[in-house]
Design a protein around this ligand. Structure first.
Ligand SMILES: NC(=O)c1ccc[n+]([C@@H]2O[C@H](COP(=O)([O-])OP(=O)(O)OC[C@H]3O[C@@H](n4cnc5c(N)ncnc54)[C@H](OP(=O)(O)O)[C@@H]3O)[C@@H](O)[C@H]2O)c1
Length: 277
């Protein structure tokens, strides 16, 4: 197959480029083509003629989106629409990366793919609207929602915690937001399988299991063999511009229907920390 990745320089994009073997893969950075520019996108797709486009490009600064609403919608929604139109025009399949932040987090059991969207941040709104528009333009597209990405080659939570632990004997981390940490390498492998199967519709793809950021931080410190004390705190003590869901665990059922099982996040974290040393 011929594969085109938009967002190839991002955390997930790098993992996709690294993991995707036996197919012809072309990756684009924003400098190669800005997805906000319909003509540029169409030209790139026309030239590459991919069987599949993986759209991992996004404006992912969740707090930045709150103060840059237009930019968030331009990139995450209108940019995604440009890619979907180009895919339709040139006969490519599309896999779009979306987020657990399309949900408000008021549930206490894992979100299923057919749960109604209820975003509570600008970022979540921009991705939720993109999901709706893309399914209108390309009803056969595949929308992969994921969460709490970590991995090599980008800014991620384990790196932040380990960096802080270098200079601080104690860390405070919020314990009232629950989700599923997801290793970019494991997600890339799941995406490759989904494309090879010709998947369509909404799929939830995260590492198995869930935790709070506090539990995640404790596990990072323990796995790295550090003595740093991690204390639990609450979101109201760490007020940030964007509201985060309290609970955004995504059910693995849709992925399992494709015969794909992602490892537990603890296993994924160990592998990430090993490759980091
Ligand atoms: N990170 C998470 O925790 C998380 C959670 C849930 C869902 N997701 C979704 O997963 C996907 C991948 O996330 P990520 O963390 O890998 O993202 P990332 O590291 O922030 O990378 C973003 C990528 O998008 C590209 N990009 C940004 N604006 C662009 C534009 N206007 N035109 C073309 N390319 C543009 C960037 O290119 P340059 O670097 O070349 O500028 C970069 O390759 C995104 O769709 C995101 O919404 C992420």
């Amino acid at each position: 197959m011929r594969i085109t990745i938009f967002g190839a320089t991002g955390l997930l994009g790098k993992a996709l480029v690294r993991e995707w073997k036996d197919d012809e893969v072309t990756g684009f950075a924003s400098a190669d083509g800005d997805i906000r520019d319909e003509k540029q996108v169409s030209n790139l797709v026309q030239h590459a003629r991919p069987d599949w486009i993986v759209l991992a490009a996004a404006y992912t600064d969740v707090d930045g989106c709150e103060s840059n609403r237009d930019l968030a919608f331009d990139v995450n929604c209108r940019g995604a629409v440009n890619v979907a139109r180009a895919a339709k025009q040139h006969g490519s399949r599309l896999l779009f990366l979306s987020t657990d932040y399309v949900f408000d987090g008021t549930k206490t059991t894992p979100y299923e793919t057919n749960d109604p969207r209820s975003p509570s941040s600008v970022y979540g709104h921009s991705k939720a609207e993109a999901e709706v528009r893309l399914a209108e333009i390309l009803p056969g597209c595949c929308i992969v929602r994921t969460s709490w990405l970590f991995g090599p080659g980008g800014k991620c939570f384990p790196d932040t915690i380990l960096k802080l632990a270098e200079t601080r004997p104690e860390l405070e981390v919020v314990g009232d937001q629950h989700g599923s940490p997801t290793y970019s390498i494991d997600l890339a492998r799941a995406i490759i399988q989904l494309c090879r199967q010709g998947a369509s519709g909404i799929v939830h793809a995260t590492n198995l299991g869930d935790c709070s950021w506090y539990e995640f931080a404790r596990e990072i410190i323990a796995a790295a063999g550090l003595k740093t004390v991690v204390r639990e705190t609450t979101s109201d003590k760490f007020v940030r511009p964007a509201k985060r869901p309290k609970y955004s665990v995504l059910s693995p059922e849709s992925l399992q229907k494709h015969g794909i099982a992602m490892p537990h996040w603890r296993d994924a974290l160990k592998r990430y920390l090993l490759q980091r040393t």
